[in-house]
Ligand binder design. Structure first.
Ligand code: MTE
Length: 312
């Protein structure tokens, strides 16, 4: 089992990048702040700026995080180009302040949050997650984020709400790729409501103890570690509760290749390649891909009785 129990956690300051890179010798606070402490908000919106503090999470893996340069230099963000190095090179044009994220649709309390208010209202947690891309590579990323469930609970989904749609920004002035018809913009993703409420589901505002770099989806992006990485819509502007399954950008582009669920599943090949193994960025030998990316204990019950070959 790759999930830590809460009793194993050393409450500490948010782990700085340098500390991770010295093999994660965590700094310990003198006070030993408990899980659930209030946080200082994002003081600035500049990528690389430190996020003051975060609560560590029992959901973190103990695996070694992928080096910062790979996490922030090898990306998929088609709004800034299709090569892996394009987002790091081009995403400086994205303006992440002012920025609002609205929660809307079938909720009792629709609301538009200024991003800095959102981050002040909900404590950020550090979550070190394994991430598996549909293309066959994987990373371990120390995210800073808020559980999506906290935001949804505040909004109070109506009984009719069954799914959540996530909508990315699509501004041709600041996102050059949007002028090319690579996808039907804006980038849209979706989760079933129970998936959205699962404690693993995170809205990330940072990584490696710092404000999220633009290329990783600043200022706020979705993270669902048991699904292929493309579910993690970046630079979110809308989160909408709906009663039918959202049509996602990749389902529109290639429905036979990208299903709605997109759970990591070594038993279901992509039509053009196997999903049985993966290459962890920075490693030479391939490793076996685990069902639900190793998060089965937390998520498999949501799919009980479903044929996961049909609902891929
Ligand atoms: N979100 C938007 N808006 N546009 C994109 O092109 N790419 C997706 C996902 N979210 C994408 C996106 C894909 S294919 C992956 S693998 C992950 O973002 C990559 O996230 P990372 O670059 O932070 O590793």
């Amino acid at each position: 089992m790759l999930i830590r129990s809460s009793s194993d956690i050393v409450p500490s300051e948010i782990t700085p990048r340098g500390v991770f890179e010295r093999r994660r010798e965590f700094l310990k606070t003198a006070s030993g702040a408990a899980l659930g402490v209030a946080l200082q908000p994002l003081s600035a919106a500049i990528a690389g700026e430190k996020l003051a503090a975060a609560v560590k999470s029992p959901y973190s893996t103990l695996e070694t995080p992928t080096p910062y340069k790979d996490v922030t230099g090898y990306n998929n963000f088609y709004e800034f180009g299709t090569d892996k190095t394009d987002p790091a090179q081009n995403a400086h044009t994205l303006k992440t302040r002012p920025w609002t994220v609205s929660i809307e649709g079938m909720v009792k309390h629709p609301r538009t949050y200024a991003i800095d208010d959102l981050i002040k209202l909900f404590p950020l947690e550090e979550r070190i997650y394994r991430m598996r891309c549909v293309e066959g590579w994987s990373m371990v990323i120390p995210w800073l984020g808020l559980p999506l469930a906290s935001l949804l609970k505040q909004a109070e989904p109506l009984g009719s709400a069954k799914y959540v749609e996530f909508i990315s920004a699509a501004d041709p002035k600041t996102m050059p790729g949007v002028s090319r018809r690579l996808l039907d913009w804006p980038y849209v993703e979706g989760l079933r409501l129970d998936e959205a409420l699962n404690p693993l589901t995170l809205l990330a505002a940072g990584l490696y103890g710092e404000v999220l770099p633009n290329q990783n989806g600043a200022p706020l992006r979705l993270v669902t570690p048991w699904k292929y990485g493309f579910k993690g819509a970046k630079s979110l502007v809308k989160i909408r509760l709906v009663d039918s399954e959202p049509r996602t950008a990749w389902m529109k582009a290639a429905p036979s290749e990208y299903g709605f669920y997109s759970n990591v599943n070594p038993a279901v090949d992509h039509p053009r390649w196997s999903q049985a193994t993966e290459r962890r960025i920075g490693e030479f030998f391939k490793r076996k891909t685990l069902p639900f990316n190793g998060y089965g204990d937390q998520v498999a019950q949501m799919y009980a009785g479903m044929d996961l070959k049909k609902f891929f």
